[in-house]
Write a protein that binds this ligand. Structure first.
Ligand code: DGL
Length: 273
């Protein structure tokens, strides 16, 4: 029996934090990861542009016969998920819904903070998802765009990162949220610093972990889980040259990137690195 792979995409390296959780939860599964490194960042772009990019990548992965698509990018999940779900016949899992569900589960007071890119925060997708589950929740949001380059630079624990975090998070801290959703692929790398700034009374919710649980549940429900005795293979496609992706990506994945191929979405040709 041949088993299909899980497809997963992001604007660049960030989605590797989601892939890492999926690999940990489901080591038997093959994965195909697409990082749109030629067009990153998505967080500053319009919903129309991000939706078009997401559609192109989804078609690329669908042609490689995946069984489920994970939209690892929070910005793409926030603006493009309904379109992708409508157009595709396989299950499509975004990161917003799982993150919102976890936040509602862990929050006692119902006062929930959400941080993300400008695009994610502007879309209000997390606020809507949280309020659907808990209508009386009070959701406070803050865009933290500088966290993305800080995480990519590896500046996750120095004075610049600390001052940036204190500035971005001050209001959320003062308004006494008891839960904070890390609504961007890059923020798990800054988790220790964000936890330190927010203080011990605030639970941080990492959408990546919860998304991996959702993927497992869907594959189990649909009888598409590979037997646990199997060992998954992992392939990576990027739209710019692979060098930067590999250098930064190893840190995001917390492991070694295997095969990275550069592809052109127009020509659909894969060049081996
Ligand atoms: N992957 C994006 C997200 O989770 C962050 C980087 C970007 O702006 O493209 O929203």
């Amino acid at each position: 029996m041949t088993w299909k792979a899980i497809g997963i995409f992001d604007s660049g390296v960030g989605g590797l934090t989601v892939l890492r959780e999926i690999m940990q939860a489901l080591p038997q599964e093959d994965t195909l990861y697409f990082g749109d490194t030629a067009r990153v960042p998505y967080g500053t772009k319009s919903p129309e542009t991000v939706t078009r990019y997401a559609g192109e990548i989804a078609s690329f992965l669908i042609k490689r016969d995946i069984k489920l698509l994970v939209v690892a990018c929070n910005t793409a999940s926030a603006v493009a998920l309904p379109t992708l779900k409508r157009q595709l016949s396989i299950p499509v899992v975004g990161v917003i819904e799982p993150g919102a569900r976890r936040a509602v589960e862990v929050s006692r007071s119902g006062k929930i903070g959400v941080i993300g890119t400008a695009g994610t925060i502007r879309s209000s997708a997390y606020t809507r998802a949280i309020k659907r589950l808990r209508p009386d929740a009070e959701v406070l949001t803050r865009a933290c765009p500088l966290f993305v380059p800080l995480a990519e630079e590896g500046w996750i624990d120095n004075q610049v990162a600390r001052l940036t975090a204190q500035t971005y998070l001050q209001e959320l801290k003062e308004s006494a949220v008891d839960t904070l959703v890390l609504g961007c692929t890059h923020y798990p790398l800054l988790k220790p610093l964000i936890a330190e700034v927010m203080g011990p009374g605030v639970t941080l919710v990492d959408s990546a972990e919860e998304t991996a649980r959702t993927v497992s549940a869907i594959l189990a429900d649909t009888g598409q889980l590979r037997p646990p005795s199997e060992k998954g293979n992992h392939n990576y496609y990027v739209s710019d040259i692979p060098a930067g992706f590999i250098r930064v990506g190893n840190r995001f994945l917390g492991g070694k990137l295997d095969d990275v191929f550069q592809v052109s979405l127009d020509e659909e040709e894969a060049f081996v690195r």
